[in-house]
Design a protein around this ligand. Structure first.
Ligand code: GLU
Length: 401
């Protein structure tokens, strides 16, 4: 038997990426599939960003850069956060990473270790907990609830703090629920973090995808209370439709960023040079494409919710951010039919050719996640198939009362 290092036995590969891989395989086999799995924008990268990349290539900007990123991009990141949140960071407090994923991973490896407990909220993006385990620490999960809008409550998180708590990871807007943490809840968490020396790591990958004008200045709340214990992780992927470019960042105290830089200098080294130039253009150029994409996601979200309301057995709420609907399919499961949401997702793919991510991927059995980062036409077709599938398995929906 192949003997692998222990750490590989503690983690499994990304179930969210798995759905994309399955869709890709089926399509290569010639099978037509509606993809509601992919957690990535369907829009092209904005033209000005692509132009900057072409220019970088034409200028032969194709060599190594400093492992932690070019100064121009670090400045652009600092400027963006100053403009958006009113917080001040220096270039020594920023590292450019291969997406938000590497920012979070570097941070976990820099801050957490054996015996440490790291609190986060569930349902969660699976990479967060696997990275905690990769760092030899233990995830402590705080449930959030559909009937409470999956609200991330300070009280529930602080109830789980022990002397071993080393970090609290907050993902807001949350993938998969779309929920936001309120500034006051984060502020209450920050008070305890300061008192007990606990790190707060915020995954802000969906920070630009918030539908209503609600207060969500998490960087400023944390800068005011516990700047020295805060790491902000962000990404160009979702805001600028740049998932394939692999460009994200971590912002935090210089010693943490230096540790992240040391790790990165021995692992991946710099983010691809051309991507870095493209990200400069994304962050410093017109932000109109971000707003245009957000407007389109809002339209899709609202339309999708209207369509799904045709069958009350597909229970969901409008998410406040990100581009996922997290649907409670508990009414469709039974011991003698589809037993789990994983079974449901499998059957939906097999019978209706619609790919969704089962709740099991987010430690939330009984739910499915639909990504609406796809066109309205495709959403209409996929929703029709989903509604027909439910009818075929469960009969006609009860008439709306
Ligand atoms: N964040 C996206 C998702 O949840 C992309 C996949 C991943 O990197 O996990 O689908």
């Amino acid at each position: 038997m192949t003997k692998l290092a222990d750490r590989t036995t503690r983690i499994s590969s990304s179930p969210t990426m798995q759905v994309t891989a399955t869709v890709d395989r089926l399509r290569r086999e010639g099978v037509e599939v509606i993809d509601f799995g992919a957690g990535e924008p369907d829009f092209p990268t904005p033209a000005a960003v692509k132009t900057a990349a072409h220019t970088a290539l034409d200028q032969d900007f194709t060599r190594y850069t400093p492992p932690s990123g070019i100064v121009e991009l670090k400045r652009a990141i600092c400027d963006r956060y100053r403009a958006d949140y009113g917080v001040e960071y220096r270039e020594s407090e920023v590292i450019v990473t291969a997406g938000g994923k590497q920012a979070l991973c570097n941070t976990a490896l820099s801050l957490f270790g054996p015996g440490d407990e790291i609190i986060t909220h569930a349902p969660y993006w699976p990479t967060l907990t696997e990275q905690i385990k990769l760092a030899d620490a233990s995830p402590v999960l705080v449930p959030t609830y559909a009937d409470d809008g999956f609200a991330i409550r300070a009280g529930a998180i602080l109830d789980r703090v022990t002397t071993r708590t080393r970090g609290i990871i907050i993902n807001s807007p949350c993938n998969p629920t779309g929920a936001l943490i309120s500034e006051s809840d984060l502020s209450a968490i920050a008070d305890v973090a300061v008192a007990q020396g606990i790190w707060i790591v915020v995954d802000l990958c969906y920070e630009r995808l918030i539908y209503d004008d609600v207060p969500h200045n998490l960087p400023r709340v944390l800068a005011a209370k516990c700047r020295d214990l805060t790491v902000l992780c962000g990404s160009a992927s979702k805001a600028y439709a740049m998932t394939g470019w692999r460009c994200g960042w971590a912002i935090g105290p210089a010693p943490v960023i230096a540790a992240c830089g040391a790790i990165q200098s021995h692992t991946t080294s710099n983010v691809m040079s051309i991507s870095q130039k493209a990200a400069v253009a994304a962050l410093t150029g017109s932000q109109a494409p971000v707003t245009a994409m957000l407007d389109e996601y809002r339209k899709r979200r609202d339309q999708l919710c209207t369509w799904l309301a045709a069958d009350a057995r597909l229970r969901c709420q409008k998410p406040a951010g990100a581009f996922y609907l997290f649907i409670d399919v508990g009414d469709l499961l039974s011991v003698d039919g589809l037993r789990t949401s994983l079974d449901l997702a499998d059957a939906l793919l097999k019978e209706a050719r619609v790919a969704v991510t089962p709740g099991e991927a987010f430690d939330a059995p009984g739910f499915i996640r639909i990504s609406y980062a796809t066109s309205l036409d495709i959403l209409r077709e996929g929703t029709n198939r989903l509604l027909e599938f439910v009818k075929a398995h469960q009969g006609e929906p009860a008439a709306a009362s």
